[in-house]
Write a protein that binds this ligand. Sequence first.
Ligand SMILES: [Fe+2]
Ligand SMILES: [Fe+2]
Length: 149
Amino acid sequence: MTGPSPSLSRTMGNDHARLDEAWERIRGTERAELRREWFEAYRADLVYHVEIEEREMFPRLAAAGPADALLVGRLREEHREILEVLDRIGAAIDGPIDRLGVLDVELVTLLWAHNAREETTAYPRWDELAGPDEAARIRSALDRSSSPE
Ligand SMILES: [Fe+2]
Ligand SMILES: [Fe+2]
């Protein structure tokens, strides 16, 4: 390994940015056949990101104290809401793009609040609690999810 490894906050924050860009590309394309293909890849990556958080990060965070447990409960609820909107988008993605309008706003609004909450509270807290070995383990799990550019 060369140089210090980035914090998990940085790694996960970068993944949020990568996913946001993927969604922008999907809603920006005029080509319906690409929209479905890109959406399925985006959905798989976002679901994987959520799974990593829920499986690898949240249990440790929730065990740290009542305030942390409360935060994790809130984040888990937001995950359910995000995945539910993704399902509705999946059902509408082959239709006219303007039909996505409300769902697009719902998704972006949910993600904006959720990602900000994670980046300013949960991730820094997790960095405080976990050691570099745990961070490296999560980083390599996340690396495997990234679709080739
Ligand atoms: Fe999350
Ligand atoms: Fe996240």
